[in-house]
Design a protein around this ligand. Structure first.
Ligand SMILES: O=c1ccn([C@@H]2O[C@H](COP(=O)(O)O)[C@@H](O)[C@H]2O)c(=O)[nH]1
Length: 274
């Protein structure tokens, strides 16, 4: 999906919601365990219930890998089920020496390899340019680079001063020499809303993937205030607050309610920006 297509979806749905498919087999409603593939049965109903409110879906790969071969199959079916009009993110946080990154990229971007054809993958910047650029050789595919993450440990390295700037700012600036806003996004935690204005100055056109509203307590209002640009420019992710709004038979309806609540709030912010 291109930058302009993503923007069109944001305008059309009046939403920059990304639903995180962090599907934990231990948390899904009991009645789904009778299904042949409980994780896919859960995801299918979540996608059906939320697709009108969301422009993106982000399966977190850990939740599927932890299930072994069954998990990879659930992931493959889930990805195939997500509507074409939605942007897809493999939240895998990969990155290694060049030939290894090359294989990670094939895993998520080349459908003839592992049967997966994601639009994007999250990548850790720590190993530098040659660990990231193999992902950028796929036309029409995106790298979403970890910049300033939502967790408390983000302080350990990302905020360390490197000369006059914290390390995460150097990541954002240097990465823009590898790819432009048509192929590169940055992860910025919603819990870091105080930094989003500065990040917008450094990367005015790039999309920011913002996890951390809902269960982690980040503020959608603050993120939107400082992060929106003239193309939306944000994908705000919520996982647990949507997926596990109920653990009963009404889980999909309750997930839709949560997604709609976020979408309505987003529509209010977008009406000033688009
Ligand atoms: O900085 C980061 C980067 C990634 N994540 C991921 O996003 C979701 C958040 O889930 P919630 O349940 O909405 O808290 C999850 O997959 C994380 O691994 C993040 O939270 N922060």
């Amino acid at each position: 999906m291109t930058y302009e297509e993503l923007y069109r979806q944001i305008r059309h749905k009046q939403s920059y919601l990304c639903v995180g498919l962090d599907t934990d087999i231990r948390k899904i409603p009991a009645h789904l365990h009778a299904e042949p593939d409980p994780v896919f049965a859960f995801n299918r109903q979540i996608i059906d219930a939320t697709a009108e409110f969301a422009v993106a879906y982000k399966p977190n790969i850990a939740f599927y890998e932890a299930q072994g071969p069954r998990g990879w199959e659930s992931l493959r079916k889930t990805l195939a089920y997500i509507p074409e009009t939605c942007f897809t993110i493999a939240d895998a946080k990969r990155g290694d020496i060049g030939n290894t990154s090359d294989l990670y990229a094939r895993t998520f971007f080349d459908p003839t390899a592992a049967g997966l054809d994601f639009d994007s993958v999250t990548v850790a910047p720590y190993m530098g340019h040659d660990s990231v650029t193999p992902f950028l050789t796929y036309e029409g595919k995106w790298v979403i680079l970890l910049a300033l993450t939502s967790n408390p440990g983000s302080e350990d390295f990302q905020l360390l001063a490197t000369g006059p700037q914290p390390l995460f700012e150097r990541v954002i600036q240097t990465a823009q020499t590898w790819a432009d806003h048509n192929q590169l996004m940055f992860v910025v935690g919603a819990t870091q809303a105080g930094q989003i204005g500065r990040i917008r100055q450094l990367a005015p056109r790039h999309f920011l993937l913002v996890p951390g509203v809902g269960a982690q307590g980040g503020s959608l209002a603050e993120v939107s205030r400082y992060g929106l640009n003239d193309h939306g420019g944000l994908l705000v992710n919520a996982s647990r607050s949507i997926l596990y709004a109920s653990d009963g038979r009404d889980f999909a309806r309750r997930a839709a309610d949560e997604a709609q609540k976020l979408q309505r709030e987003m529509a209010g912010f977008l009406s000033y920006e688009l």
